[in-house]
Design a protein around this ligand. Sequence first.
Ligand code: FAD
Length: 381
Amino acid sequence: MDQSADVVIVGGGVIGLASAYALACDGLRVRVLDRRAPGREASWAGAGLIAPEAETPGPSPMVQLRSRSARLYPLWADQLRSLTGVDVGYRKCGGVDVAFTPAEDDELRSAAGVWRSQGVAHERLAAADVTRIEPALGPEIQAVYYLPDRAQVRNPWLIRALIAAITHKGGSIHAGAAVEDFELERGRVIAVRSSAGRFRCSSVVVAAGAWSGALLETLGVRIATPPNKGQIVLLRSDRRLLGRIVEHGKNYLVPRDDGRILVGATEADAGFDRMPTEAGYRALIWEAHRLCPVLRQAEVEATWAGLRPGSIDARPYLGIAPGLANLVIAAGHNRAGLQLAPATAEEVVDLVLGRPPRIELRALAVDREPAGDADLAAFRS
Ligand SMILES: Cc1cc2nc3c(=O)[nH]c(=O)nc-3n(C[C@H](O)[C@H](O)[C@H](O)COP(=O)(O)OP(=O)(O)OC[C@H]3O[C@@H](n4cnc5c(N)ncnc54)[C@H](O)[C@@H]3O)c2cc1C
């Protein structure tokens, strides 16, 4: 059966859903197709850390995208709550970034230099202030920086709110609709073919996470979106043991309001396998106890893993597919898709409508050369 839409969005993770929501807010008829239930891949598995806002982001498109998202998050949280009644769990809980060794302390000092130049609020804490801000930190920690604007979101709640908001705005979400290929006419996509039927459309957004590369190959568009497996352990405690996000390199603890604490996250090249491993579990628990010994009192409630969508470098792809004027690609957000979703969605709308982008997108073009490591998508690590 044929169905139609202004825009078909392939992939119902946070990037696809946020884009669909933003497009629907602009009055477009959207359909989101997901081969599973939407939001059950990386966007469910993630921890929900949100970068702080930079007051003077400078020319870097990544810092701009991150900072714009940081500014949009509280607005989105309010809008989504009033539209759907769902609290997305956005909280500016603050965070501490810690070092165990002099070398790590040096790294933090240079990170602090970057934060200063970008206008990211931060403060190096004296020992007495550490006890005041986050008393549960471990005794081996040698240096602590406090970032008051570090925030978090409950990603499964965000997914639920986005789905409800898209529906409320007249869009539709098709679960179990695996996109197989695309119909082309004179350099444009005119329809998307899926296991749930054919969808005619004026524009397409491909936001299929780590599966985007393989899907786009059917169009001759070559982009690498290698899966980057990440594991998390969820701890539970009767009382709140931590108040702030704690970060140590690529490891972190994220305290939820209900006393639960997420311990994240591993990184592994394991293909499309998303089974949690014993080694990953042990490494995370060891790190959690070192960062915060009081967590030995907490029970392990669950562990899971998800597949972050990688790219050729540390940046996502955000742009028009070469040679296909009405196909937008928004994928490869790796460790930062939750934090970058609102600003990514804004850019997707501009690309679909042919409006000038708010951020210089050349550095994120689908056919770019790989960028150096300096311009990371994620705020830290
Ligand atoms: C352990 C872990 C911790 C993380 N922590 C954070 C964090 O704290 N902060 C942060 O910002 N980010 C974090 N991330 C990263 C973040 O989760 C991802 O960057 C983000 O979820 C990517 O979203 P996405 O929509 O691109 O991909 P996904 O969520 O993977 O969604 C892609 C969707 O496309 C669908 N799909 C695939 N192929 C097809 C097809 N052919 N047809 C139809 N549908 C298809 C899939 O079913 C899926 O639902 C974390 C990730 C992990 C794994």
